[in-house]
Design a protein around this ligand. Structure first.
Ligand SMILES: [Zn+2]
Length: 285
């Protein structure tokens, strides 16, 4: 049975903390390095539902993509939402470790998992990390499809293969246009439009797209934009990361039990569309 420090050191090799953005807060949030770990749970969000799931599972380590605290705090009182998470973790001997932007840009990383879930072949990072001489690490991925599909079919595929959410997949663009190449980026991607345009792809699938950037991007190019729920675009990474830790556990003879949470933590819980609305996406809701 490995100690927490050994497992964390393996995770740090996969996603070195120094590769996180300067504004980010990654690494171990809660945990005793000397404690032994038998079960690990991977999830996107360190929210109470997920921590409760870790308790039920008997996990000794919870690994999440999103940080619990992005900025400093002066209280972890259980009367606060995040403080209660900290209390539940400590009372149940569960460590919390975060791999965020250091997992986004890893090889393989969050967008590789997203591309894999969509059945896309990764060609290169959308925004290569200049510190990687091999040019394999970076933000987002430029991908090819094995066979061209329409934007409508691409959206339907995303809705089908990503975990189901209330939002589903929104589309901006001609639903009948062909998609041969696509850029993907797990999480909020509307800061990447310049890179997407420069990549010359037919479609861009990401999350959290906003009115003005989408309007502008549509005005400048025939690029199709697909917006899936933030959580759904990052969840495939949990499965990838769990498989990576499983492999490490086998190699070390750790016999870890590695789990992936299927709890939907996307904050949007319902979706209503007018019967008068024209659905041009063809994507199931
Ligand atoms: Zn995210």
């Amino acid at each position: 049975m490995p100690r927490l420090s050994e497992v964390i050191s393996a995770l740090d090799d996969l996603w070195p903390a120094e590769r996180a953005e300067s504004w980010d807060a990654v690494g171990t949030v809660v945990g005793d390095p000397d404690q032994e770990v038998t079960r690990v749970l991977f999830a996107v969000d360190p929210v109470q539902d997920i921590v409760d799931e870790a308790v039920k599972l008997g996990a000794g380590l919870l690994v999440t993509h999103h940080p619990l605290y992005l900025r400093g705090t002066t209280t972890v009182a259980a009367s606060t939402f995040k403080g209660r998470v900290v209390h539940t973790l400590i009372k149940n001997d569960i460590a919390l470790h975060v791999a965020h932007t250091n997992a986004d840009t890893a090889d393989p990383g969050v967008s590789d998992a997203l591309a894999g879930a969509l059945g896309l072949r990764v060609v290169r990072p959308l925004v290569p990390d200049p510190s990687d001489p091999e040019g394999r690490r970076g933000l987002g991925r430029v991908c090819e499809l094995d066979a061209p599909v329409t934007v409508r079919e691409f959206a339907a595929r995303a809705a089908e293969r990503l975990p189901a959410t209330a939002q589903g997949v929104r589309v901006a663009g001609d639903p009948d246009a062909p998609v041969r190449t696509a850029a993907v980026s797990g999480g909020s991607g509307d800061s990447l439009f310049d890179h997407v345009r420069a990549a010359g792809v037919d479609a861009f699938l990401t999350a959290d797209l906003r009115h003005h950037p989408v309007s502008e991007a549509r005005a400048h190019s025939p690029l199709a934009l697909l917006d899936a729920a933030h959580w759904a675009t990052e969840w495939p990474w949990c499965e990838l990361a769990a498989a990576q830790l499983d492999e490490i556990s086998d190699r070390h003879g750790w016999d870890l039990r590695v789990h992936v949470s299927r709890t939907v933590t996307d904050p949007w819980t319902a979706h209503a569309a007018s019967s008068r609305a024209t659905d041009t996406s063809g994507a199931p809701n």
